[in-house]
Design a protein around this ligand. Structure first.
Ligand SMILES: Cc1cc2nc3c(=O)[nH]c(=O)nc-3n(C[C@H](O)[C@H](O)[C@H](O)COP(=O)(O)O)c2cc1C
Length: 216
């Protein structure tokens, strides 16, 4: 099983990254393949509302000038997606917002690509607004049919300066607990995912027979 953690902070090695890597630790220990993706600081635009994804239906965004599709394809290949962001004026970073809007729309346009995946939000915050950023990420997961695992608190880590969150013991314990819960949930879900894979494979085969060509 695979888990990807996407860092929406432009500050590499910063608080969001530390938190995300903590979530991945118990997953690696449980034998998951894990990948950390640096998104913050890269070029990613917002949704252009062109709605072309509803006609192309190729599981891609039609705007191909940035890192979105590369990141989204990795998310689609994973069973668990952990999205991390710093709190910026009580919300997610601009890069994370671009990812959320486009991932949510492309997923809906293609019949629910994120349905049944595990989705978790992780937030670095100095003092206030972290739960709002946490909600912003969860809103996309919730309306995409993803399954959101719980932990011991909201998935927040406190700190202002780069690396300061390493001193937030409770925050770090929460991240470890979240990773453990994702590992547990993944194990429970794996027979269901196997059935979902078979169903979508036979649907694709049927469509292929009908149209005489492979469908993407
Ligand atoms: C543009 C900007 C806006 C911020 N807004 C908030 C805020 O609303 N609330 C807060 O507690 N911290 C705020 N912060 C602080 C960051 O959320 C905090 O330093 C966080 O740990 C940064 O994570 P990082 O190291 O992964 O970038 C802001 C920082 C920046 C650069």
């Amino acid at each position: 099983m695979k888990a990807v953690a996407v860092n929406g902070s432009p500050r590499k090695g910063g608080n969001t990254e530390i938190l995300l890597r903590k979530v991945l630790e118990p997953l690696s220990s449980a034998g998951w393949d894990t990948e950390f993706i640096q998104l913050g600081g890269k070029k990613i635009r917002g949704c252009t509302a062109c709605y072309r994804c509803f006609s192309t239906k190729d599981a891609l965004c039609s705007v191909k000038v940035d890192v979105f599709n590369e990141c989204f394809e990795k998310m689609l290949a994973a069973q668990a997606i952990i999205l991390g962001t710093p709190t910026y004026f009580t919300d997610v970073s601009a890069e994370m917002k671009g990812l959320l809007d486009r991932a949510g729309l492309v997923s809906v346009a293609n019949g629910g690509l994120l349905r049944g995946k595990i989705g978790a939000a992780v937030v670095a915050v100095r003092r206030g607004g972290g739960t709002h950023a946490f909600d912003t990420i969860n809103h996309m997961f919730l309306m995409s049919g993803a399954i959101i695992p719980g932990s011991t608190y909201w998935n927040l880590g406190f700190g202002l300066e780069k690396g300061e969150v390493a001193g937030d013991d409770e925050g770090l314990r929460n991240m470890e607990d979240l990773g453990g819960t994702i590992a547990w949930l993944g194990k429970a879900m794996s027979p269901i995912w196997a059935v979902m894979r078979k169903l979508s494979q036979s649907r694709e085969n049927r469509n292929e027979r009908k149209t005489g060509r492979a469908v993407v």
